[in-house]
Each structure stands twice: as C-alpha cells, then as structure tokens.
Design a binder for this molecule. Sequence first.
Ligand code: SF4
Length: 275
Amino acid sequence: MTRRHSGIHVPPECREMIRAGALVAISTSGGKDSQAMTILLSRIVPRDQLVAVHAPLEDVEWPGTLEHIEATLPDGVPLILARVTSGKTLLDSIEERGRFPSPRVRWCTSSTKRGPIERELRRLLKAHPRFGGRIVSAIGMRAGESPARARKTPWKFSERNSRAGRTCFDWLPIHDLTEGQVFDVIRDAGQAPHPAYAMGMSRLSCVFCIMASRADLRTAARLRPQLYARYCALERRIGHTLSPSRVPLPDLTGVPARLCSDVGPQGCRRCAARN
Ligand code: SF4
C-alpha cells in the first residue's frame, strides 16, 4: 500500500528504486511547484542521490530565476544546467518556424526543456555507474493546474527514456498538492517563492507563455515592457499570435506595445534595452 511520507505519496516501486540507489532528478523551473517539490524530496531522498536540473530559457524567462534556484536549493543538492545546444533562443525558433507553439503542439517544451534535460541526465547516469542505470525523473506537476494535468499518472515507467541498462520512471511527487499547500511548504521551510509571484504572476517559467491567463499576460506586459514589445513585434512580423485564441497581445492585455518604432528580434535597437 502507498504510504504518505513528508506530505507526498511515495509509491512502493519508487521507494524501492530509492532504496536501491537510483538517481532522483528534480526538473526545476524555479517556480513554486518545483521549489516545494525540491524541499519535500530533499527530506526523503539521500542527498547523494539527488540532482536538480534546470533548462534556462535565457531572455524569455523571469530575471533572477537561476539565482532563485541556487539560493533555495537544499545543501548538497547539485544543480545542472541543460541548455539548448543549437544556441537558438525560443524567440529565434518561433521566428524561424513563423508560428508560436500551441497547447496541442507544444514543441517549445520538448525543444527547450525536456530534450536538453533528458540529454544531461543520460550523460550523468553514464558518468556515475553507482546509480546502476536507475533514474527517477521528478516533475512538479499538480492535478489542480488543469484537467489535462489531473489525468496524468503520478508514477509511470518511461518507455521513451528506458533502454538496455537504463531504467527510468517518471514521478509527479506533488500531483495531489493544492496551490495553497505548495506555498505552505515553501513558507514552512523558511523560504520565499520567486518575487514574480508577489508582483502578481500566478505562474513562472516563460514570462509570456502560450498557456498563460489573460491576467498573467497583462501583469507580465506591465512588468517586462521591453520583452513585451519584442513579442508584439514578433506577432506582427510573422502574422501569428502567442495566444491560441488568435487575439494579438495588445488586444488581449489592453496594454499597448511600446511606441518605439525600432523593435527587432533582439529588442529595441534604439535604446538597446533588453529587460
Ligand atoms: S512556459 Fe509556456 S511558452 Fe514557455 S516553454 Fe513552457 S509551455 Fe512553452
């Protein structure tokens, strides 16, 4: 029977993997869910079996994300950065494809996060035979976030990442936690979530996400005007919108794009600002 441990369900097979010395890899975006998951896992998994992995989104993520992850990582948990090797940013890829990703065709996640993270974890396993090729990949997804996420199986054998000599399971340790419980875990650990939450955002990761609510897009437009101008300019150039509703950002948020007339792919050329 599954037992509760430090506020999270640990399936028996997962418990066995940990006991057998598997590597437990925490995918962290720096958001509240990743942060709470990291705190909880650091209480039940031996530190020398834990690693945190972050895929930096460079100029499209919230400033201070990496610093926040580093500052809140429990002692003894190493952090690996999983960067895209092509050197292309998310905005470069959108420009090249002439389309934004969509909730159904979410190539942004696979190309900028999942792919680089899986690559780094394969390298890590290969370099450390003591894990016996066993890996538990932990992701801070919660059922309360959306009906699609509620349907996810919290513990699953990963066909995609398992090969001869490598056994991989995907685990959603905080799948049944509420948003309130997540903030409680962070507060009770004496930590604070990334400052973007206090500024009104409900989610972190990309500042302008294809799945963001109108309220988050409006807040982000106000807080990151230069980046907002780049997204608005990109929408105009490629004739495609970030929002799957096909409503352009300025209409959706009610925030006009900057009046600066010289906003290119790298930001405003005149003022050279890239906030
Ligand atoms: S945060 Fe949103 S836009 Fe960014 S990679 Fe994830 S799904 Fe795509």
